[in-house]
Design a binder for this molecule. Sequence first.
Ligand code: ZN
Length: 317
Amino acid sequence: MHKHVIRALFALLVASGTLAAQPRTADPVKRGLQLTDFPRVVKLATDVYGYEEIRQPGFTTVSMIVVGKNGVLIADGQGNTAATQTMLDKIRAITPLPVKWYVVGSDHGDHTAGNAVLPKDITYVVHAASRAQLVRDSAAAAATGRAGAAPRVVIVPPVAMSGDEQTIDVGGIGVSVRFLGRAHTGGDLSVYIPRDKILFMSEAYLNRVFPAMRSAFPSEWIATVDRALALDVRRFIPGHGFIEESAASREELVAFRKALVDVIAEVKRLHALGLSADDAIKQASWGPYKDWFIADQQAPVAVRKIYDEIDGKLPPR
Ligand SMILES: [Zn+2]
């Protein structure tokens, strides 16, 4: 067959869903998407949506939106006020109901730095560890404010959740916010919707993104993923990387768990050889994970963090 015909046929099969398998990557271009396709709203169930926005260096930052009769719940925001405002505008196109709840799945700036544009009377659900981090970030932002520049505003929720679970009735849809253990930040919250068996995991699940460990608890992160996998869940939603269909979402979470296991094992091997962290960074062999998004940037960070864990330098629970 002529090459063009084959290519056209292939495109047709992909478009028709016959070749449904997406390439397993966080790279939009490799998945055949244009950056102008974003931000985009992905329907997950009736009145439940994922929200994918592209951030630098080119992968998605994911939020979840639950539209109940009592108002709207957001799990995680975006990385600046313009991006979060765009998300609010997209929500406004879905429903006139007010945004009433915000779950801090991750306290990192790429998910919280736009929170200043959220409604002033919004109810935050935040783990104590994440609230404490936001207090520190707020103080740091105030201290580094430059004369003449608009100050960076870090919103600090008034109170932290007590305990490891909080249920919210958004009206017709019950939402259960869970702390499943320390993972990417230490205050990691997941949002579980039993009705639809959906679990939004924020940054505890990075889909085809190299395990980012700047403020992580490496071994505990594996246990946290195991608790997520043990729940009655059909579809797992990541904090970065693409939202997958149900079956692929579990496969990819299992693949991400394996990445955590393999990365930690490789660093333990190098530590046992007596190498310094600097030498371990040079000698590490990451196998397939060297091709995952931001591996170059995050691999050295992971080595240092796992060294800290082995050497007992991480903060106790
Ligand atoms: Zn993060």
